[in-house]
Each structure stands twice: as structure tokens, then as C-alpha cells.
Design a protein around this ligand. Structure first.
Ligand code: GLN
Length: 310
């Protein structure tokens, strides 16, 4: 299936007005500076061609979309048995940064890799020696996926620092998990890597490429197997059940594609599901968020796109 440029332009025009109903994230001070009126979308089609509309070239930080990349990296490096011995695969129905289920689950273990507790546990598993080496290896993994030079995988140091200085809740999750033996290592080092991974810069096209690789069972458009079929399937499944935080159920009903959002307003979606949109990848950016932290106009664009390809 191929989506056309005209379709995407119509979606941006129709959904633009929804941006005023949302708000940009402010709990990371640097993110509060972003223009909430921005809206863009890119699709990597079944035939490998890219189409895009709106603010598709604008750079933004990936935030929670990084959680699927670190998950892919640790799954590829250590295998699923090891990874899922430390983090579960069940949706929570709680906000992404909630600590509640950590205390209720016995023995304690973060319920899935898409909530902050689980993503922090995944970051703590990254291979490497110290924060710098771990982050460099992660950049290397991303460069390999996208077939680009590692120097091109950049992050926004201001956004990373802004989160590093304010992220007491994520520190609390890590200290809680370390106390219970779920993670090991230095909390500040994990926070350092985590805030940098969240601040990795991309645009809608980069997100669409990530979606495309996952929808093509781990293969790049050029046919290179960069993530195993099994791991790509695991990640798509977890995106479907947990990718949109506590709005994952509603997103599954309204959009029905595996998706992962970030508080920057980013969403990655993969065209493999009951709707069977073919092996396409979709990247969306719309920083005005709804109450649950998902792009309000971006989610609307995905809803309409899917409705138009029944
Ligand atoms: N860096 C953000 C945080 O940990 C990512 C959360 C998100 O995108 N939902 O709070």
C-alpha cells in the first residue's frame, strides 16, 4: 500500500486546528519552548518511497520513542529471556511515570518496557563501560539501523540537561528498583544515558524509517535485516499493548496500528495489524499533547489515515 503526498497534506490541513486543544509538555523546561502549533507527518511506503507534509523536516527530540530503540538494542544483544527476566510485558493502565504498580507487583519488576520504570531498567542493561561508552554504542546501533554515519546520530544537549536537572521522579523509580534488586549500577549514570537517549534528535522521516523497519519484520527498505524477525514482532506487540501509555487501549481501537509516542509530540506507527496497511512506516510530530501525553493532532491524523484505508 502506498500513501500519497496529497493525502498527507490534506491530513495536516484538517488536523491542524486540533493543536490548539493540546498543550506542549512543560515538566521538562526546555520542551516548554517548543511551538505547539507545529504538525508534520511522513510515511515510508510499501515500495520504499517517502512522502511527507507539514513540519516533517523539523527536528525534535524522540523522548519516549527512544524506548523502542533501547529495547531493540538489548533484545538483539542479550536475547529475550534475559531482558524479560528483568522487565515484564503487560500493560499497566497507569501514567507513563507512575510508581504505583512497582510497589504492588510482587516480586517487584516494572510491568513493561514502555513505562518509565521499565525503560529505565532497559537503559540499565545497555552494553558498555560507563555512561559515555553506553550512549556511544546506542548511537552506533541507531546509525546501523538507519545506515548513516554515527556522527549523524545527534542529541540536543540542552534538552538532555534540562531533564537531567529536573527528573527527580525518574531518579525515584531507579532508587526504588535498585533497592529491590531489579537494577544494578549507578543511578546518576543511568539517568545520564536515559536523558541523552530521550534527547536524540530526529524528524518525521526518521520516525517513519523506524516504523518501516519494524513493520518489515526488522528489514530496512534496502532489505538488510537489522533487527531479527522475532524481536521486531515482540516490539510491535509491546507497542500495540503499551506504546501510547494509558491511552494504548483507545489508540488500538481508534487507530489499530502498533504505535509509540513521546512527550515531544512524536509518534511512530507501523502498518502491520488488523487493518493491514502493508509494510509502511509512519512518523508524526505534533507537540501539543492531550491529557495523557500523546500528540493530540498527531493521533487524529493517524485515525483519519487509517479510516481512509479500510
Ligand atoms: N524523557 C521523558 C521522561 O522520562 C520521556 C517520557 C515520555 O516521552 N513520555 O519523562
Amino acid at each position: 500500500m502506498n500513501v500519497t503526498q496529497e493525502e498527507l497534506e490534506a491530513l495536516v490541513a484538517e488536523c491542524g486546528p486540533y493543536t490548539v486543544q493540546g498543550q506542549v509538555a512543560t515538566y521538562i523546561p526546555e520542551l516548554a519552548k517548543v511551538d505547539g502549533g507545529l504538525l508534520g507527518i511522513a510515511v515510508c511506503n510499501s515500495d520504499g518511497t517517502f512522502v511527507s507534509a507539514g513540519d516533517a523536516e523539523t527536528l525534535f527530540t524522540v523522548q519516549s520513542v527512544s524506548k523502542i530503540i533501547t529495547l531493540a538494542f538489548v533484545l538483539e544483544t542479550f536475547g529475550e529471556d534475559y531482558v524479560f527476566s528483568r522487565v515484564g510485558m503487560e500493560p499497566t493502565g497507569d501514567a507513563f511515570n507512575s510508581i504505583a504498580k512497582l510497589e504492588e507487583t510482587v516480586p517487584t519488576k516494572p510491568l513493561n518496557p514502555m513505562i518509565n520504570a521499565g525503560a529505565l531498567a532497559v537503559t540499565s542493561m545497555l552494553p558498555g563501560d560507563g555512561a559515555e561508552d553506553k550512549f556511544d554504542r546506542l548511537r552506533g546501533f541507531i546509525a546501523d539501523l538507519l545506515d548513516i554515519e554515527v556522527e549523524m546520530v545527534r542529541f540536543d544537549p540542552e534538552v538532555a540537561r534540562s531533564e537531567y536537572e529536573t527528573t527527580d521522579l525518574n531518579r525515584a523509580l531507579l532508587y526504588f528498583m535498585r533497592h529491590h534488586g531489579v537494577i544494578e549500577g549507578d543511578v546518576e549514570e543511568i539517568i545520564d544515558v536515559y536523558t541523552k537517549q530521550c534527547a536524540i534528535l530526529t524528524n518525521c522521516r526518521g520516525l517513519a524509517m523506524m516504523g518501516k523497519i519494524l513493520s518489515q519484520s526488522g528489514k530496512t527498505p534496502a532489505g538488510r535485516q537489522v533487527i531479527s524477525r522475532r524481536n521486531a514482532r515482540i516490539i510491535r506487540a509491546i507497542m500495540t499493548t503499551c506504546g501510547m501509555y494509558d491511552a494504548s487501549g483507545e489508540f488500538a481501537v481508534q487507530v489499530g496500528l502498533p504505535g509509540k509516542s513521546g512527550v515531544s509530540g512524536a509518534i511512530v506507527a507501523c502498518g502491520r495489524s488488523d487493518y493491514d496497511m502493508g509494510e509502511i512506516g509512519i512518523g508524526v510530530f505534533g507537540p501539543a499533547l492531550d491529557m495523557k501525553g500523546n500528540s493530540i493532532a498527531g493521533t487524529k491524523m493517524l485515525e483519519l489515515l487509517v479510516q481512509r484505508h479500510p
